[in-house]
Design a protein around this ligand. Structure first.
Ligand code: KIV
Ligand code: NA
Length: 262
């Protein structure tokens, strides 16, 4: 899977599947399942680091996790997420940080925002760094929203989002993530653009879908948004396995003869 393949998928009407991963073990499982794209998301701040939002995730942390994932996969496209403050402060810092994600193995980077970041997108694409945009409910703006709320509601906001999407495409973005916006608006945006849209909480009309791996697997249940569908129940399975292990050790049943050396 390559960056140009994303565009080809849209032209061919083939849906793009994207899942997050943060380490080599899960990256290999995701790839083995045939998922097209692995996003090393800054959502790791919440699901791996246990923070309440993504704002404290650092560039060094993103480089570490991106390196683990990129080093483990062979076919999937790897997107490295740009954390808060890694691209907002200056054009120079933005390009350097994006380039560092490519140096550890990412094939593209993702950043949040519309018209406000189009100069960053152009500067990156000008030096050969493919960029994925991210519009709608952009988690790095959580303090401005006052919480995680659906965005792009109402005619004015919808038009604004459509303009932002067009601006990102014009600046050279290779795809755009649409998060937590009305399905109708996501459909309009998807039809208006040549580049693919990847939805999360953006309805069925996007050109692809993305979910956070631990949400998809039913491993993270502290905060489950309406748009998450848990396809597994791995937390329950993990709990059951751990409780059985504890019980066996306490009863003296584990290890048995077959787990012992003689
Ligand atoms: O950080 C992340 O996992 C993301 C996706 C939810 C789009 O940005
Ligand atoms: Na993110």
């Amino acid at each position: 899977m390559t960056v140009p393949d994303l565009l080809k998928c849209k032209r061919d009407g083939r849906k793009i599947t994207v899942v997050t991963a943060y380490d080599a073990l899960f990256a290999r499982i995701v790839e083995q399942a045939g998922i097209d794209v692995i996003l090393v998301g800054d959502s790791l701040g919440v699901v791996v680091q246990g923070k309440v939002n993504t704002l404290s995730v650092t560039m060094d942390e993103m480089l570490y996790h991106t390196k683990l994932v990129a080093g483990a996969v062979q076919r999937a496209l790897v997107i490295g997420d740009m954390p808060f403050l890694s691209y907002q402060v200056s054009q120079e810092e933005a390009v350097r940080n994006a380039g560092r994600l490519l140096q550890v193995g990412a094939h593209a980077v993702k950043l949040e925002g519309g018209a406000a970041v189009t100069d960053r997108v152009t500067a990156m694409t000008n030096v050969g760094i493919p960029v994925i945009g991210h519009l709608g409910m952009t988690p790095q703006s959580v303090q401005q929203y006052g919480g995680y709320r659906v965005q792009g509601k109402g005619k004015d906001r919808a038009l604004q989002l459509l303009e932002d999407a067009r601006a990102l495409e014009g600046a050279g973005a290779s795809a755009i993530v649409l998060e937590a916006i009305p399905a109708g608006l996501a459909k309009t945006v998807s039809e208006a653009l040549t580049i693919p849209t990847i939805g999360i909480g953006a309805g069925p009309h996007c050109d692809g879908q993305v979910l956070v791996l631990y949400d998809l697997l039913g491993l993270f249940d502290e905060f489950v948004p309406k748009f998450v569908k848990p396809y597994g129940n791995l937390k329950a399975e993990a709990l059951q396995a751990l409780r059985r292990y504890k019980e066996d050790v306490e009863k003296g049943v584990f290890p048995s003869d077959s787990e012992s050396y003689h």
